[in-house]
Design a protein around this ligand. Sequence first.
Ligand SMILES: Cc1cc2nc3c(=O)[nH]c(=O)nc-3n(C[C@H](O)[C@H](O)[C@H](O)COP(=O)(O)OP(=O)(O)OC[C@H]3O[C@@H](n4cnc5c(N)ncnc54)[C@H](O)[C@@H]3O)c2cc1C
Length: 340
Amino acid sequence: MLSIQRNVPLDDLNTLGFSANAEYFVQITDIAQLPLLCEYCQEQKLELLLLGGGSNLVLGDRIGGMVALIDLKGWSSESLKDGRVLLRIAAGENWHTAVDRMLDEGLFGLENLALIPGTVGAAPVQNIGAYGVELKDHLHEVEVYDRAQKCFTRLSRSACHFAYRDSVFKSLEPDRYIITAVTFILQRDFNPVLGYSGLSELAGRPYLTARDVFEQVCSIRRSKLPDPKLLGNAGSFFKNPVIPPEQLLQLKQRFPDLVSYPDQGRCKLAAGWMIDRCGWKGRREGQVGVYEHQALVLFNAGGGTRTELERLMANIQLSVQQTFGVWLEPEPRFYPAIKN
Ligand SMILES: Cc1cc2nc3c(=O)[nH]c(=O)nc-3n(C[C@H](O)[C@H](O)[C@H](O)COP(=O)(O)OP(=O)(O)OC[C@H]3O[C@@H](n4cnc5c(N)ncnc54)[C@H](O)[C@@H]3O)c2cc1C
């Protein structure tokens, strides 16, 4: 049931395009493989790295232990009495293709999250978000294999502890759950979310459809973000820091044009703006650099290494800290973890 390979290159399985080798590698296509996989890793004392589309992680040269590519497929739906629809999608389905298909089936709510790379199963891990919508807004429950209890179970939205780019899967219990499927709760009525600047121009359009919003989101994203197939990257490299209003007031005295957004009584700062202000936009160090059109994106121009990227990251963190007194946290997860 488990077809385990040794020394498998992961170069094409991470969007930063780093050269990496997995000591052990297995592809999971059936949930029945998961208890066997966990038992095997426990017996052999192997660490387990779950891999989706590889678009939110930074790999080192050698990944000791087991890498499991989650390739579970499936799609089913159930209509509720109130007109809404529960849509269950298996973890290995491609996220963007799933959003596209939702619209084809007349299921609305997640159109603002078009063109985010990766899999459905990884989407709850950092509660993906873009253009005023977060995954949690339309999530019903997450199906998992619980490695601690050795059983399959379901987590309600509240049990997932979703927050900005965070969840139980990312910080509270990062190695406990293997996500096998996600169920969304979607509308048959289209209620556009157009607060974001690039979308607000659609507000006056007669007969606006969810497909129009989807296309507009894709077009904005293509103009702003590098295609990982052409330039290795992991999307936004840093989280936007959230600070108390008093700290923002002080910062605004020194930087009146500092970009910030209200965030549940606190203030979210635009990390890209701060990185740009520190002079990093478009800078390159060796084979890695800061994208010229969006300072939040770090790239690998080809042949770059994780060591180079870590150095660049640390230099940016330091200069933002020295200028604004704010520390930038990276958004992707590092494997192996960074040594402090
Ligand atoms: C160009 C670009 C643009 C992006 N734009 C956005 C954006 O707008 N908004 C946003 O939020 N993110 C964005 N991202 C980040 C990324 O696409 C998302 O975080 C995505 O959900 C990661 O999916 P993945 O399948 O590639 O996950 P991976 O990178 O493979 O894994 C990410 C993490 O999830 C874990 N994981 C993967 N699968 C499972 C599973 N089945 N069960 C449990 N854990 C699992 C992994 O172990 C890892 O810790 C962008 C990335 C790129 C490259």
